[in-house]
Design a protein around this ligand. Structure first.
Ligand code: KIV
Length: 267
């Protein structure tokens, strides 16, 4: 991340056919590694609830907790473009509360933009935020904050009516001033169709290669969590297994007396 991507560059990247790469991070060391790897955008996702905090859904994480994590990410990657994922109930209650919380994301936490889940019903709020100087990344498709209403994590836009609604939502959010749209788990063909219908880029997760960029959860990319791997994800390393093996070796070394050695001790 030598040169920070700016909001105006997102549409230009899309027009130039350059893919945008986004990954989540939740703390300073991993943010620094993402920046060093040349990742374009760091998302401090509300997925921190499940990846780091041990919850089974994203719903419990609070504004205060997100601010805490975004500050850490900013310290680790001072020049990164950082997106603050507004948590459940931080923007749904009223526009006034949403504005206040989005403002805190930039002012207190040091983020460059906010992201929140929802369609055309949020276009007026997007417009208000953008007018106030708060860049907005929209989020359509599978909306994890609505898990209880929808009844699970399901691919979105599978029938013609739902697909049409998503295209309309994306258009409305673009018209309201969103600078990009995350498309989560929509069929690849629909991902391509929505991308073609917009000037702003789509950032896909489980929405096919036709999107203008991709976002993945850091823990999936690194193979940090044992067990279930979502279909849309790929482990590019097995860091979880490497950590477990390293800790095993450390415990063995302490127990058999080979650690600490003379080289780890002081005269
Ligand atoms: O919270 C998150 O990590 C996200 C991505 C899955 C897009 O919203």
């Amino acid at each position: 991340m030598d040169k920070k991507i700016m909001v105006g560059a997102f549409a230009k990247r899309k027009a130039a056919g350059e893919k945008i790469v986004m990954v989540t991070a939740y703390d300073a060391p991993f943010a620094a590694l993402a920046a060093a790897a040349g990742i374009d955008v760091i998302l401090v996702g509300d997925s921190v609830a499940t990846t780091v905090m041990g919850y089974s859904t994203t719903l419990p994480v609070t504004m205060e907790e997100l601010i805490h994590h975004v500050k850490a990410v900013r310290r680790g990657a001072p020049n990164a473009f950082i997106v603050f994922d507004l948590p459940f109930m931080s923007y749904q209650v009223s526009e006034e509360e949403a504005m206040r919380n989005a403002g805190r994301a930039l002012k207190e936490a040091g983020a460059d933009a906010v992201k929140f889940e929802g369609g055309a019903e949020y276009a007026p709020l997007v417009k208000k935020m953008v007018l106030a100087g708060i860049p907005v990344m929209a989020h359509l498709g599978l909306l994890p904050q609505r898990i209880h209403a929808v009844g699970g994590y399901k691919v979105a836009g599978r029938n013609a009516e739902a697909a049409e609604q998503l295209v309309e939502d994306a258009r409305a959010l673009e018209a309201a001033g969103a600078f990009s749209v995350v498309l989560e788990c929509v069929p690849a063909q629909l991902g391509e169709r929505i991308t073609g219908a917009l000037t702003i880029p789509t950032i896909g997760i489980g929405s096919g290669a036709g999107c203008s960029g991709q976002v993945q959860v850091l823990h999936d990319v690194l193979g940090l969590l044992p067990g279930f791997t979502p279909k849309h994800a790929k482990h590019f390393a097995e860091i979880g297994a490497a950590v477990r093996d390293a800790l095993h070796s450390y415990a063995d070394a302490v127990r058999n007396g080979t650690f600490p050695g003379k080289e780890n001790s002081f005269e």
